[in-house]
Design a protein around this ligand. Structure first.
Ligand code: ATP
Length: 307
């Protein structure tokens, strides 16, 4: 293993005829980290990953993968990284065991299919046709394929998109295992809970540029508003205008609830309950939660990640 960061990116940029997909981005990922690239649809995450993986050439900027430049070191880089393929791109009638054997045969250094199947909990499905696997099983196989050459650095592009909550958690466990093996993982996601659960550090992107980066906790605690009080209504919430003025707080209306960010929920709650009582605000439930990465994104962009 060479020393230095797993990834160093300086000023990369990629423009398509109608859009600047990545508008000058710097990133540094340390060895052994799980690093997340987050952002809404079209933020430029996939284009960034494709440039780092050597699939797309940047218009400008430099990329160092495991201390090497793609120009002149393509083979060496490729032998030491793993890229998760789209799970649907495999031949229908190949089995997980066959796929792992076939992909392994491309590399001089490879892990055994039996070991990889166990790692992603697919031993029972080792000899089943690919087309008979569930979505979660296909994604786990795609992950095993990304590990076939025993890579130091693993790239996962939205590894849990389209999976149900249980299958997502199964995949998170595999990612944690990969980290425990000492590998570096770079993943993209638009699930904030996933980023919070898995990533040591993350970068939030929007419109091809970096908005912020840090640890999930650091980003959340860096918000001026570490807590949020939610008032849920039965049906459409009333207009919060009067309330806002009376209490001097921000109130955002989201679906069937109000969201009130606060630095001090203990002080706010009694005042809030009293004001709601006197104004006959017909709320159903009230609860306090700590701010999440979703709130960080909202704070930075004024938009929800899912808008
Ligand atoms: P998603 O979460 O939807 O995958 P993303 O953050 O990965 O989004 P990209 O796929 O990198 O975003 O796309 C960034 C922008 O570049 C989008 O506006 C997209 O339409 C555009 N884009 C991506 N690839 C191409 C291409 N090959 N040709 C033209 N435009 C492209």
């Amino acid at each position: 293993m060479t020393a230095g960061p797993a990834l160093g990116v300086r000023g990369i940029r990629k423009a398509y005829p109608k859009v600047v997909a990545v508008a000058g981005l710097d990133l540094e990922v340390q060895r052994g980290e799980v690093f997340g690239l987050l952002g809404p649809n079209g933020a430029g995450k996939t284009t960034t990953l494709e440039m780092i993986e050597g699939l797309t050439e940047p218009d400008a900027g430099t990329i160092q993968v495991l201390g090497m430049d793609w120009k002149g070191h393509g083979r060496a880089i490729r032998s030491r990284i793993g890229v998760q393929l789209q799970s649907t791109s495999l031949f229908n009638k190949i089995t997980p065991r066959e796929a792992l054997t076939l992909y392994g045969s491309y590399y001089p250094r490879r892990r055994s299919p039996v070991e990889l199947l166990e790692l992603v909990q697919l031993t029972e499905k080792a000899d089943a046709y690919h087309m008979t696997l569930s979505g979660g099983q296909m994604q786990r196989l795609a992950l095993a394929l990304a590990l076939v050459n025993d890579p130091e650095l693993v790239f996962l592009d939205e590894p849990t998109t389209g999976l149900d909550p249980q299958a997502r958690r199964g995949l998170w466990e595999v990612v944690r295992h990969i980290k425990r093996e000492g590998r570096t993982v770079i993943l993209t996601t638009h699930y904030m809970d996933e980023a919070e659960a898995l990533c040591d550090r993350l970068a939030i992107m929007d419109h091809g540029a970096l908005l912020t980066e840090g640890t999930p906790m650091g980003l959340i605690q860096g918000l001026a508003i570490p807590s949020v009080v939610e008032l849920t209504f039965h049906g459409a919430p009333p207009d919060p205008g009067g309330f806002r003025a009376q209490l001097g707080v921000e109130v955002a209306v989201r679906g069937d609830f109000w969201e009130i960010p606060t630095r001090d929920p203990k002080a706010l709650l009694p005042r809030l309950l009293e004001a709601a009582e006197s104004a006959a605000v017909p709320y159903e439930q009230i609860h306090v939660r700590r701010a999440t990465l979703e709130d960080v994104f909202l704070h930075l962009t004024g938009r929800s990640l899912r808008d």
